[in-house]
Design a protein. Structure first.
Length: 92
């Protein structure tokens, strides 16, 4: 699990090794070239948000959706991500 940072533009670059957001995984999937990966890439298989107690309360008691609270500070504690290695070459 990785620490979740709420602004989409903040910390998405994988060179920022202390925090990630859901856009960070684009670098391993759609932007593999950025990491100098030219033969293979990873595919995001599963992405799950681990909510804080505050986030759970917002959904349960206030009726918020996960999409509503993903950008709120302290609502998401971390993410669980499964990456799958693509069997095929990325570029032919």
């Amino acid at each position: 699990m990785y620490p979740m940072i709420y602004p989409l533009g903040a910390w998405q670059d994988p060179t920022h090794v202390r925090a990630f957001n859901e856009n960070s995984w684009i670098y391993y999937d759609q932007w593999a070239w950025y990491l100098n990966w030219f033969d293979y890439k990873l595919i995001t298989g599963k992405l799950e948000f681990i909510l804080s107690d505050y986030g759970k309360d917002l959904i349960k008691d206030k009726g918020f959706s996960l999409g509503d609270i993903c950008r709120l500070p302290r609502a998401v504690d971390s993410m669980y991500v499964e990456m799958i290695k693509n069997k095929f070459k990325m570029f032919h």
